[in-house]
Design a binder for this molecule. Structure first.
Ligand SMILES: Cc1cc2nc3c(=O)[nH]c(=O)nc-3n(C[C@H](O)[C@H](O)[C@H](O)COP(=O)(O)OP(=O)(O)OC[C@H]3O[C@@H](n4cnc5c(N)ncnc54)[C@H](O)[C@@H]3O)c2cc1C
Length: 477
């Protein structure tokens, strides 16, 4: 099934401007912001048409603006409001739900040139940054000060902090340190009418009025544009102790995850890969993984000194009781880095095998074994190869359906498998998206999961903050 991103699919959204008003809009931007980098060539606009959801039908942006300051963003938003032009905020375009996908005739505002760190405050353990900085670059910069920014999506070397705020991104160490939202203390945002609003700051506790920060984080650019963020840091943790455990069945690995959670052990990483993923990663990276195993867990501790080894020592008997066939501790930091990088590479490794469509379901952690069983059954029922990996410690799995490139009937089976997967997640009290977002790709499922009343509340918030419907229309709602 194809979802169309654009005014055609979005009731109440303005149709793209005709040539003359479009030219007048572009002219107004150039007059107001002569220094702004504004891309209007078709090739440049095409390159901002998609995010990582290549299967979605997208629209061609009218232009792409690359601002460097909040004032430029506010001016752009005011011009869009005056000319009735929708806005698509964009980071690095690594999103997996179509949040940054182009809308026909819209202005895409790409934040990649707003990539300056404004302050590292050691006394308050915060970093204040523009949104366009790449996650790994921010991590590396604060590490120079002996500090640690926790949220680490597997895409951290590509994705931006603004995109992470847009999606409320998760990652490999969220199981211990929480998701992006948990790291945000302050935001500067531009509202749909061009108002610049500063929220929060450096207070760790602050309950004055409604919580607007948690509302905006994860809203996928539909409520406001983030132009600055103050994020919580921690002292850099010591090097990690790392182990991998292999299992003869996927369910056994799921039992181990549930057991680790129930025992109250809190590793910094608790990631899973199934056999299809193990083999794909091993083909790509030659890590010498056990290719016959049905599943593998990657477990890490960042507790200091012996406490790290002790934490892993609590994990080993739980894995063995669940039926682990082999448990190996990483020899050194280099080996641990290779294993972690291998897990981060899972999606790219599966993409090498065919057309790969990554899903993002979440369930309460005690139900991981059941969900894993269900995923295998769904894949078998629809005759689709599935590689499942993910942040098992968070109950968040990425079943990735892999189709042969010449599979004529593949899209149809894939759609049915996705439907069964989402129904299974919802029936277990889970979610159709743990961290990638509803975007466009899962829009049809929002009411099914949240219910009419909750979505009505969401629509009224959207209408209050964006009455003209110009901020990323057709996404999420
Ligand atoms: C190989 C791979 C692995 C991945 N692993 C993970 C993972 O482990 N965890 C995870 O959560 N995600 C993961 N992702 C998905 C993706 O990387 C994240 O969703 C990431 O947060 C997107 O960042 P981006 O800079 O690419 O944003 P984009 O894709 O450009 O945008 C994402 C959303 O944020 C909005 N947005 C961007 N900037 C702003 C802004 N300044 N203000 C307001 N809204 C804005 C956009 O409109 C869009 O809705 C992975 C993707 C890939 C390809």
């Amino acid at each position: 099934m194809h979802h169309v991103v654009g005014p055609a699919s979005t009731p109440g959204v303005h149709a793209p401007l005709d040539d003359a008003p479009a030219a007048s809009f572009i002219g107004a931007i150039r007059d107001s912001l002569p220094e702004l980098r504004l891309l209007t060539d078709e090739v440049d606009r095409e390159s901002h048409r998609r995010d990582e959801t290549a299967y979605l039908e997208t629209g061609l942006p009218l232009a792409v603006a690359l601002p460097t300051t909040t004032e430029e963003v506010a001016t752009l938003v005011r011009l869009c409001a005056a000319h009735g032009v929708p806005i698509v905020p964009r980071g690095a375009g690594t999103g997996l739900s179509g949040g940054a996908a182009g809308i026909e005739g819209a202005l895409t505002i790409a934040f990649t040139r707003m990539d300056r760190i404004l302050e590292i405050d050691r006394a308050n353990l915060t970093v204040t940054t523009q949104p366009g900085i790449v996650n790994a670059a921010l991590k590396a910069r604060v590490a120079e000060e002996g500090l640690f920014y926790a949220p680490d999506p597997a895409s951290y070397e590509m994705c931006t902090i603004g995109g992470n705020l847009g999606t409320n991104a998760g990652g490999l160490c969220c199981v211990k340190y929480g998701v992006t939202r948990d790291a945000v203390l302050g935001l500067e945002v531009v509202l749909a009418d061009g108002t610049v609003l500063r929220l929060g700051g450096k207070n760790v506790k602050d309950v004055a009025g409604y919580g607007l920060i948690p509302l905006l984080v994860g809203s996928q650019g539909t409520l406001a544009l983030v132009t600055e963020a103050t994020l919580r840091l921690r002292p850099a943790p010591p090097p990690r102790a790392t182990l991998i455990a292999f299992f003869a069945t996927l369910e056994a690995a799921g039992e181990a995850v549930a057991g680790i959670t129930a025992a109250g052990v809190q590793p910094v990483t608790l990631e899973l890969m199934d056999q299809v993923t193990i083999q794909a990663v091993d083909d790509a990276r030659g890590l010498g993984l056990d290719r016959d195993a049905a599943a593998m867990l990657l477990v890490e501790s960042d507790l200091p000194g012996d406490a790290g080894a002790d934490e892993l020592a609590r994990v080993i008997p739980i894995c063995e009781a669940a039926g682990a066939t082999l448990v190996i501790q990483a020899e050194d930091a280099q080996e641990a880095d290779w294993l972690r990088a291998g897990r981060r590479f899972a999606f790219r490794a599966l993409e090498a095998k065919g057309i790969a469509r990554m899903e993002d379901v979440g369930v309460p952690r005690s139900r991981i074994p059941e969900m894993l069983r269900e995923i295998e059954a769904i894949a078998a029922r629809h005759a689709i190869v599935v590689g499942t990996f993910g942040h098992a410690g968070d109950g968040n799995l990425h079943p990735t359906f892999v189709l042969d490139r010449d599979d004529a009937d593949g899209e149809h089976r894939l759609h049915e498998a996705q439907r069964d997967l989402f129904e299974a997640a919802i029936s277990m009290g889970g979610t159709v998206t743990g961290e990638h977002g509803i975007g466009v790709a899962r829009k049809a499922w929002l009411v099914r999961q949240r219910g009419e009343d909750a979505v009505r509340v969401m629509r009224s918030i959207k209408a209050a903050l964006d009455p003209q419907g110009l901020l990323n229309p057709g996404k999420v709602l």
